[in-house]
Design a protein around this ligand. Structure first.
Ligand code: F6R
Length: 613
């Protein structure tokens, strides 16, 4: 949701900000804007549409300032328009602000400010922020060096909701103030320069040294200093963290789209996820986790909580933990979990999966679980993200930056990591045969090669996409672990190709959905579980009888003549088969979207990181 960037240094800010916005565009892309500190005050340029529109505005090349803030928007309050674009300024044009998040009490604040004589020119929640800062600034009679900071702090204390904000002022031409609460913001630092961004990849090409902010830590930046203050404006010490991701992983590297690149990065991503956690002679290693046999035995249940694709990865976690560890697992959608009064106590372990680590619903569910006394474990791809700092423990997928809105390599690495976690728990619990676990570990170590093998289906899938890209409905079927992949494949297809699709447990079809099957409709099935394959084939037979076109993804011996197209994938253990079986279906969604001429990486109405409720 919304991307913000900032720069303070010795170079012209504008080109750096525009480049940063382009990299952050996947977070929101309905309008963009920039404000810099110029000799004659604050510049302000903004427009509806993509960052490209902003770059083409007359006069933007004349901006000379070396301090600036910028924003690319995913509209929440107020339609996409120039007026609603950020940055927003106070009435006296003393302060420029960019904001990511939602101010829940903006109506009350707006009324208060209107009653105090302020005017509003947009429908956004954000416009209250610069005016509130101005309100506190003008009431403050102490003219010391903290006056600007006090005004920002006082304004922030009135705000309810989530925010990451950057503030500049024409009265403080050397400074920028930034703060966050439940919305992401990182500060990259190098000699005489500070780079700010909603996420790390957008500024990786400038630095690897980052300050990661906690909620309500206020930062006063100059080009060569960063001072951190707590809520009482006491100075606090903060160390930088070195981020190992390489800059080229945040570029397209010759691929047409980030999504295709990220699909093809899966052998490397999976290798990185395996890391040093698995070795054949030893037990799985998670140095960062303290779980004992007594603790794991004491658990009455585990919740896995996440949204969207991450929730689908959670479903394979349930399969592995229940089967290998014999602990009951419930998988919940975070936005439901947080409001359904779940039964949680000290004997509950709650696992939260989030690629970005910034998803508002997942963070709220995590906070609730902590309040109710559960231990919390985060699985994330983003080092230092909110969820990893909020949870008691955290483990990383190490899949590298994922830029495309549709998640691919993050999903497969989440599936893998939670399976390795299940093996780790099973080894501690000593309730599973070592031979069996070793076989599974062997299969995991073989995955990168098998993913490469699976990717060879690219051309067949591309051809098939040409046949079905004009369909209105597509159905996905599977049983057991394959049903979790059917869900993920269906989500992938709808989000980037805008084709309606549904997924069903294959056996459930005849209880209603089969009424939708008519001549020529496409039904895609996944069959990797030897114990269930015959049952699923019978269900596919039922749709063939009713005229369906069938694509089957399988690693089983089947009578292939039955189906229109069969994609053979390498054989592997059923626990981890989603990591292979999803790949042809990621490619299918991708090529259908391309065939329809859509923007694969930035599908309509979506944003990569959903930091609002
Ligand atoms: C789909 C997709 C979303 C995310 C969901 C959770 O391709 O990417 O469904 O999986 O918004 O995001 P994270 O994992 O960042 O919490």
């Amino acid at each position: 949701m919304c991307g913000i960037v900032g720069y303070i240094g010795t170079k012209k800010a504008c080109p750096i900000l525009l480049a940063g916005l382009s990299r952050l565009e996947y977070r929101g892309y309905d309008s963009a804007g920039i404000s810099t500190i110029e000799k004659n005050g604050l510049s302000l340029m903004k427009d509806k549409g993509r960052v490209k529109n902003l770059s083409n505005l007359d006069g933007i090349d004349n901006l000379e300032g070396t301090i600036g803030i910028a924003h690319t928007r995913w509209a929440t309050h107020g339609k996409p328009s120039k007026e609603n674009s950020h940055p927003h300024q106070d009435n006296s044009q003393t302060f420029s602000v960019v904001h990511n998040g939602i101010i829940e009490n903006y109506n009350e604040i707006r009324k208060f400010l209107t009653d105090s004589g302020y005017n509003f020119y947009s429908q956004t929640d954000t416009e209250v922020i610069p005016n509130l800062i101005h309100f506190y600034f003008s009431k403050d009679t102490v003219n010391d060096e903290l006056k600007f900071l006090r005004a920002v702090k006082n304004a922030c204390l009135d705000l309810k909701g989530s925010f990451a904000i950057e503030v500049i002022s024409k009265l403080y031409p050397e400074n920028m103030i930034v703060v966050r609460q439940d919305s992401p913001l990182v500060i990259g630092t190098c000699e005489n320069e500070k780079y700010l961004s909603s996420d790390i990849p957008a500024i990786l090409s400038y630095t690897r040294d980052f300050y990661l902010l906690n909620d309500l830590e206020f930062v006063v930046l100059t080009k060569n200093s960063a001072k951190f203050y707590d809520i009482n404006l006491k100075l606090i010490k903060k160390e930088t963290q070195n981020i190992e991701w390489n800059a080229s992983s945040a570029e397209k590297d010759g691929y047409d789209d980030f999504m295709l690149k990220e699909i093809y990065e899966q052998p490397i991503a999976i290798r990185e996820t395996i890391g040093s956690k698995i070795s054949m002679d030893n037990k799985c290693e998670f140095d960062e986790l303290p779980f004992t046999k007594e603790y794991l035995k004491s658990l009455n249940r585990i919740y896995i909580v996440a949204c969207g694709t991450a929730m689908h990865a959670g479903l394979s976690g349930k399969n592995a933990i229940e089967k290998l560890c014999k602990i009951p697992v419930e998988v919940d959608i975070a936005s439901e979990f947080r409001y359904r009064n779940p039964i949680i106590d000290k004997k509950t372990l709650c696992i939260f999966i989030s690629q970005s680590g910034e998803t508002a619903d997942t963070i709220a569910a995590l906070k609730l679980s902590k309040e109710k006394g559960a231990k919390t474990l985060a699985i994330s791809n983003v080092i230092g993200s909110s969820i990893t700092r909020e949870a008691d423990y955290c483990i990383y997928t190490h899949a590298g930056p994922e830029i495309a809105v549709a998640s691919t390599k993050a999903y497969t690495s989440q599936v893998l990591l939670i399976n390795i976690l299940a093996i780790y728990f099973a080894e501690i619990l000593e309730n599973c045969e070592t031979k069996y676990l070793n076989k599974l570990k062997n299969d995991i170590l073989a995955l990168p090669k098998k993913i490469e093998e699976t990717l060879k289906c690219n051309d067949t899938i591309k051809d098939f996409s040409k046949k079905i890209y004009q369909e209105k409905d597509v159905f996905f079927l599977g049983r057991g672990i394959d049903e979790t992949v059917a869900r993920e494949a269906s989500l992938k297809l709808k989000e980037i190709s805008y084709i309606h699709s549904d997924s069903y447990p294959a056996g459930e079809l005849k209880h209603g959905p089969i009424a939708l099957i008519e001549n020529g409709i496409t039904v895609i099935s996944i069959l990797t579980d030897n114990n269930l394959v015959k049952k699923t084939v019978s269900n596919i037979q039922e749709v063939i009888t009713r005229g369906a076109k069938t694509l089957v993804i399988t690693n089983q011996e089947l009578d292939k003549n039955m189906f229109d197209i069969v994609i053979d994938i390498p054989e592997t253990n059923c626990f981890i088969s989603p990591i292979l079986s999803v790949i042809p279906l990621q490619l299918l969604a991708y090529y259908i979207s391309k065939e329809k001429g859509l923007d694969v990486d930035k599908p309509r109405n979506l944003a990569k990181s959903v930091t609002v409720e």
